[in-house]
Structures are given as structure tokens and as C-alpha cells.
Design a protein around this ligand. Sequence first.
Ligand code: HEM
Length: 378
Amino acid sequence: MLSLIKLVGQHEASLFLFTILVIFLVALFGSFLSRKGRRRLPPSPLKLPIIGNLHNLGLNLPRSLWHLAKHFGPFMLLHFGAVKVFIVSSADGAREIMKTHDIIFANRPRLRAIQKLLYNYRDVGSAPYGEYWRQIKSICVLHLLSNRRIQSFRAVREEETALMIDEIERATLILDVFTAGMDTTYTSLEWAMTELLRHPNVMKQLQKEVREIAGEKSYIQEKDLEKMHYLKAVLKETLRLHPPVPLLGARESTQDVEVMGYNIAAGTWVIVNAWAIGRDPMSWEQPEEFIPERFLDSSIDFKGHDFQLIPFGSGRRGCPGILFATTISELFLANIVHKFDWTLPSGVKEKDIDMTESNGLTMHRKFPLIAIANKCSC
Ligand code: HEM
């Protein structure tokens, strides 16, 4: 009898152990399956109910996203309220969005305010990717902003620039206040002048180039710009540190997609932080320093092929106004440094120049730049 009880007990114990083993294996397999099926999301800071990650953001959005990226890495998933936003802060990531998966990210997010302001998304910048956008973008690229069309207005631009130089010349009889507008092209010129005034050696080098090429001419013409390599380097360096549109036009994914190993769901907004990419130590030596020389022996350009320098974006939704903007900027900058020696108001040192940036879609100087135009003694 005793041995029968012992046998049943042993049998129950082994049944018990077997059951535990099965449960363990099932649990292990289940967890493996669910981990396999689970989406791998980009890292996110802790989000709060309703507002998501809005509390993580400061007023200077590119800068606060840059600080977050230093902690969470170049790919982050933030929640702007209920909206999922994929933030990209590296050249490799930008290439994935605007080249590898460009067609998936060719849409702009639909915002009610934009819909109301821009007549139901009728402008090129906000129009949904599709036939209508294709038509108006090709009008821009082929007819309004083509190389031929831009060249055809060369005389007008040169005349306007000459008039502006004369205007500044008249004003140099005490002080000229160099105030640039909020528009992207003028924003980049205002930052260029700011950096030139902060770096007198760069200004001197630029004036040397421009004045040597100009010779006896009163005004620089567009055909002279070709040879001005230092001028082009100064503008590139300005656009690297101060991209006028620091967070490139937002995009929206039209389908689920994997980017750099992360699963991005359809409908996620994507923001590429060009401002942070321009300062990324992985792409740039001494990233915080204004050194135009870095571009002299380099083929890096801002036309959208070198993803470490993308002030105009890239891919299908890239800016069609690059040629127009750079031609005006080069012509304007060459003429004002050719004709005038620029100084800061009395008592203001280079290091005192306020570099505070404004908030908003275009990042211009928060306070206007004040500089004195002295007629060149050359
Ligand atoms: C320094 C001057 C300029 C800068 C930095 C700039 C920058 C940009 C950027 C970052 C985008 C979004 C690109 C993207 O999402 O990948 C854009 C789009 C656009 N830009 Fe510019 N831009 C400038 C000047 C101009 C000019 C002069 C024009 C026209 C005369 C222009 C017309 C446009 C248009 C139409 C779009 C929308 C393209 C689309 O959504 O398909 N831009 N620009």
C-alpha cells in the first residue's frame, strides 16, 4: 500500500514538473513570437497624457530638438499632442527620407490652418503629392525658375543691385542700418554679413577676392561671380550654420516603412533638422566655427546630393528656387563688400554681436544687425 502511494506521488510530481516545463516553454515561445511581431520604434522621451512631448520643447525648436537628439540619438519619435513626429538629425537619416524613401515621404502634413490660408493646399509647398502638385512644380522648375528664365532677368537684377548700392552710398554720409527682411534669401544674407563682421579676417579675404576680380568696375556683374570661389564658400558656410529654414518642410509617410531599422507607421510626420545636421560633429570638423575655407577644396554642395548640407532640402519636395536664391545672394554680397568697408557701431566689439535666433519657420536674427557702411578707400 505504502509503495503504491509512493508510486502515485512520484507520478504526480513528474506530471507537475512536466506541466511547469510546458508552461515555461509556451511562455518563452510566446514572448519570442510577440517580440518578433512587435514594431521597433525609435527612442522617445517620456510622454505625458494629452500633450505628449510638447513639454520637452523650447521656443527655439531646432535647438531643443538638437539637445534631445544629443540624448536620444539622431532618430527620435516625439508626440506633438496626438501627432507622431519622427525627428531626423543626421545626414544618413536625411538621405533615407529624401532619397531612399523619397516617394513615401513626398507628402506634406495636412494642417487646417494651411488649408484655410492657402486655398485648400493650392500652393506648391503644401499641395499633396499627386498630379496637381506635379503640374505646378514643373511650371516652377521648367518655366519660372529655370536656368534660362533666371538668366533672362540678369540685367534687371544687376540694375536693382546697382540702385541699392547707390542708395547705401547716399546713406554713408553718417550710418546705414543693415536690416534684412524675414524672407529666406535675405535671411541668409543677414547671417552672412553677421558672420563676416564677427570674422574680420574672412571679410578681408572676401574683399580681396571680389576687388581683385572686379578690377576697375563700379559694380560686380553676374558673369564675374563664376570666379569668386571664396564668395561661394562664405555663402555655403553661412547656410551650414544658419539654414534659413532650419527644420525642412515637414513630410508625412504615406505607408508603413522601415527607416534605419525603425518602423515608421503610415501618417507619421517627419521633420529633418537641417540646423542640427549642419552642426553634427560626425560630418563636420570644428562644427561650431565659421570657417569658409572648409569648402575651398571640397566638392560638397547644397544642391541636395550631399546630405550633410541640405539648407534647400532634397528629392521631389526639394526647393526649386536654389539657383534664383544663390544668384541673388552672391550678386548682392559681392557688391556690398566690394563697394564698402563695413564696421560695427562705435564701442561694439565682434564678440558683442548678438547671435540670438528668432523662432518660427524661417530662422532670422532676433535683433536686426547694425553695421556702418564706409565708402571703400580702395
Ligand atoms: C536661401 C533661400 C531659400 C532657402 C534656404 C529655401 C529652402 C527651402 C526648403 C528647406 C524647402 C523645403 C524642402 C524639402 O521639404 O525638402 C523649400 C521648398 C520650396 N521653396 Fe525654397 N528656399 C529658398 C528660396 C526659394 C526661392 C527664391 C523660391 C522661389 C522663388 C523658393 C521656392 C520654394 C518652393 C515652391 C518650395 C516647395 C517645393 C515643394 O514642396 O515641392 N525657395 N525651400
